[in-house]
Design a protein around this ligand. Structure first.
Ligand code: C5P
Length: 305
């Protein structure tokens, strides 16, 4: 009997985020290109009498993470147990957070993906992949991609995925921000900006990814949520501009922000851009990560007591 599993789950960035007019259900139709980042939260799960969650942070302020039943980790545990009609499945979870909270990097969503994978493995449920995907979509628009990882085209509200061919390594400098931005607030600010056309697939970007032209990908980064995020946080536009002046291939607000991300060609390039950003903006060192990365997966298990 497995007594403990450890799951690592990645942050994500949207290389392209096209957003249409709000739907009757309150969500927005998206055409987005997801890339999983080599920055992982780690969730450890053990069987227990009742489910619980504790959180610790590595260079991340975790005070904003709820540990009660509203946390996506515990909601994911419950959803998978209910799916299998099991009232006896409960886990004590410990989450080591490395992904900035409310940063536009899908930190909360990826923790939910980790919980689905972890509970499935711990209790040997063998849930078919499609069923895990459907449960993930019920928990949040980004959760299916966090299960999937790699590079993928997301449509619908982001939950319909098609894997994309991508060559090469993508190095990012991430500049997190102490103050998180609320995703619904950014979408509401987007609605106020006027009527929005149906989003289209970014064909040039997809071609650059296929051949691994990282510099061209940098030029083609696009986020429809950047204007509303910047309307709530005008300083973000200056940060994006500074990164481009500091030699990055391109920069953008990540998802609904406020994390700003800069694309570089290799580790040395990223270290150079990171150093120049610190000089220019007077900020702390950024987080340098490589992409694309794997989806949520078990990285360790203990058998027996
Ligand atoms: O799906 P998720 O729970 O991550 O979404 C959080 C919020 O972001 C939603 O309640 C909605 O306000 C907004 N959202 C949206 N359109 C999407 C995805 C998210 O309006 N496609």
């Amino acid at each position: 009997m497995t007594s403990e599993v450890r799951v690592s789950a990645p942050a994500k960035i949207n290389l392209h985020l096209g957003v249409g007019q709000v739907r009757p259900d309150g969500f927005h139709p998206l055409v987005t290109v997801f890339q999983a980042l080599g920055l992982y939260d780690e969730l450890t799960l053990r069987p227990a009498r009742t489910s619980s969650l504790t959180v610790s942070g590595e260079d991340v302020d975790v005070t904003a993470v709820p540990t009660g039943s509203s946390n996506l980790v515990l909601r994911a545990v419950e959803a998978l147990a209910a799916h299998h009609g099991r009232t006896d499945l409960a886990v004590s979870c410990h989450l080591r957070k490395r992904i900035p909270v409310a940063g536009g990097l899908a930190g909360g969503s990826t923790d939910a993906a980790a919980a689905l994978v972890g509970v499935d493995s711990l209790f040997e449920l063998h849930t078919p992949r499609q069923e895990l995907h459907d449960l993930a979509a019920g928990l949040g628009s980004d959760v299916p991609f966090c299960l999937h990882g790699g590079t993928a085209l997301g449509t619908g509200r982001g939950e319909e995925l098609a894997p994309l061919m991508s060559r090469g390594d993508y190095w990012w400098v991430l500049l997190p921000d102490d103050e998180g931005l609320s995703t619904p607030a950014v979408y509401s600010a987007y609605d106020l900006l006027g009527h929005h056309a149906e989003p289209e697939p970014p064909t040039e970007l997809l071609a650059a990814l296929r051949v691994g032209d990282v510099a061209r990908v940098g030029e083609l980064l696009h986020n429809d949520l950047a204007p509303p995020a910047c309307s709530l946080r005008p300083d973000l536009a200056e940060v994006v501009a500074a990164g481009e002046e500091c030699g990055a291939f391109g920069g953008l607000v990540s998802g609904s922000g406020p994390t700003v991300a800069f694309l570089c060609g290799d580790a040395e390039h990223a270290a150079y851009v990171d150093g120049r950003l610190q000089e220019t903006l007077g900020t702390a060192p950024g987080i340098v990560v490589k992409a694309p990365a794997h989806g949520a997966r078990v990285v360790g298990a203990r058998v027996g007591g």
